[in-house]
Design a protein around this ligand. Structure first.
Ligand code: NAD
Length: 346
C-alpha cells in the first residue's frame, strides 16, 4: 500500500480523506506544516499531500526527492508556494484547480456584505445589550460599480452574485473571456471607477503587491477592497495607511501576506508579533478571516475526491490533467504545451 504524508492536517481535513482513502492508501497525518525541518520525515513515503501555507521551496523539494517521494498532491487551487521549476523532472505536482468556486466567491460576498452593513459591529453591540445603531450606516449595493480582477472560476461566480445584487460589474483579466458578456476595462479604469474591488487573480511575479500605494491612489475615495485570493496581492502597509487616511473605506481580507506564520493556528494566548496585522485587526472597518473562504462541506469533499483522483491517475500511468509545472503556467498561451500533447509535464 502506498504511503502518504499529509501535512498541516486539521480535523476537518480528515473527515473526507479518511472516508475516501481508507483501505487504499496508508495516510499519516501531521499537524505541522511542511518545511525544511519536517521534510526529513518523508523518508519512506511515496506521496506528500500539502496545503497553501506549506513550504515547497527548492530545498524542501530536493529533500522530498532524495527521500523517494514520487508525487506531490496539493490539496488546494493556488500553488504560489511551490517552486514548480525545482520540481520539474524530479517530482510530479498536481493540484485541485476548482473544488468549489462558489465557496470562495460566496465568502468574498459575505465579507463585503458584513463590512458594508457592519454586521460584525452590530453583533458585538447587541450581545452587550447595546441596541444603538449610530455609526452603522451602509450603502445600497444596487447600482454601485464593482471591479473584479481575475475572471477565472471564482471571479465568474463572484460576478454572477454581484449581478444578482444589480451591481454594475467591470473586470480586468490578462486573458479576457469572449463568451461571458463581461465588461472588460483596463486596470487603471477599473481602479478609477470601482466602488468595490474584489481580487480573484493568482499570486504571480506580475501580481505581487498589485494593490500598492500607487494603485490605491488611482482608486475612488471610499473604495471597499475584498481579497480572498492571496495575501501578497496587497501591500499590507500601504493598505493600512490608506485605511487610516480614509482613502479605503473598508477592507475584507481572507488572506494576508504574512499569514503562513499565524493562520490556521490559535494565538489567542500570545502577544501578536506582527504589528501590521495587529493594526489591521484593531480597525473597525476591517474584517479578517483566517483563509477560510474554501471551507464548505462541498469544497472539502471535492478536495479529497480530486486529490484521490490525482494520486490514482499518477499510479495508473494515466494523463495528469491537474499537473502543474513552470511551463504550464504559460500553457494558456502555448498550444504546444507538452502536457496537453503528452498527458504529463515530463
Ligand atoms: P482561475 O485560474 O480559474 O482564475 C484566475 C484568473 O486570473 C484567470 O482568469 C487568469 O487569466 C487571471 N489572471 C492571471 N494573471 C492575472 C493578472 N496578472 N491580472 C489579472 N488576471 C490574471 O483561479 P480561481 O480558481 O478562480 O482562483 C483564483 C485565486 O483564488 C487562486 O489563484 C487562489 O490564489 C485563490 N483561492 C483562494 C481560496 C481561499 O480559500 N481564500 C481558495 C481557492 C482559491
Amino acid at each position: 500500500m502506498k504511503k502518504i504524508a499529509f501535512f498541516d492536517a486539521k480535523p476537518y481535513d480528515k473527515v473526507w480523506f479518511d472516508k475516501l482513502f481508507k483501505n487504499k492508501y496508508d495516510i499519516s497525518y501531521y499537524e505541522y506544516k511542511l518545511n525544511l525541518e519536517t521534510a526529513q520525515l518523508t523518508k519512506g513515503f511515496d506521496v506528500v499531500v500539502a496545503f497553501v501555507n506549506d513550504d515547497l521551496s527548492e530545498k524542501v523539494i530536493s529533500v522530498l526527492s532524495n527521500n523517494g517521494v514520487e508525487f506531490i498532491a496539493m490539496r488546494c487551487a493556488g500553488y504560489n508556494n511551490v517552486d514548480v521549476k525545482a520540481a520539474y523532472k524530479k517530482i510530479h505536482v498536481a493540484r485541485v484547480p476548482g473544488y468549489s468556486p462558489y465557496a470562495v466567491a460566496e465568502h468574498a460576498f459575505a465579507l463585503l456584505l458584513s463590512l458594508n452593513r457592519k454586521i460584525h459591529r452590530a453583533y458585538a453591540r447587541t450581545r452587550d445589550h447595546n441596541f444603538s445603531i449610530s455609526g452603522l450606516t451602509g450603502f445600497d449595493l444596487k447600482g454601485k460599480t464593482v471591479g473584479v480582477i481575475g475572471t477565472g472560476k471564482i471571479g465568474q461566480v463572484f460576478i454572477d452574485i454581484a449581478k444578482g445584487f444589480n451591481m454594475n460589474v467591470i473586470a480586468y483579466d490578462l486573458f479576457p473571456l469572449k463568451d461571458r458578456n463581461i465588461n472588460y476595462v483596463t486596470l487603471d479604469e477599473l481602479f478609477s471607477k470601482s466602488d468595490v474591488i474584489s481580487l480573484h487573480c493568482p499570486l504571480t511575479e506580475d501580481t505581487y503587491h498589485l494593490i500598492d500605494k500607487t494603485n490605491i491612489e488611482k482608486m475612488k475615495n471610499g473604495v471597499v477592497l475584498i481579497n480572498t485570493s492571496r495575501g501578497a496581492l496587497i501591500d499590507s502597509e500601504a493598505l493600512l495607511n490608506s485605511l487610516k487616511e480614509g482613502k479605503v473605506k473598508a477592507a475584507g481580507l481572507d488572506v494576508y501576506e504574512e499569514e503562513s506564520e499565524f493562520f490556521f493556528e490559535d494565538f489567542s494566548n500570545v502577544i501578536m508579533k506582527d504589528e501590521v496585522l495587529s493594526a489591521l485587526l484593531a480597525l473597525p472597518n476591517v474584517i479578517i478571516t483566517s483563509h477560510q473562504a474554501f471551507l464548505t462541506d462541498e469544497a472539502l469533499e471535492n478536495i479529497a475526491t480530486t486529490t484521490l483522483e490525482n494520486i490514482e491517475d499518477f499510479y495508473a500511468d494515466k494523463p495528469l490533467k491537474n499537473e502543474i509545472c513552470y511551463r504550464c503556467e504559460k500553457a494558456g498561451a502555448n498550444p504546444n504545451c507538452y502536457k496537453n500533447m503528452n498527458g504529463r509535464c515530463f
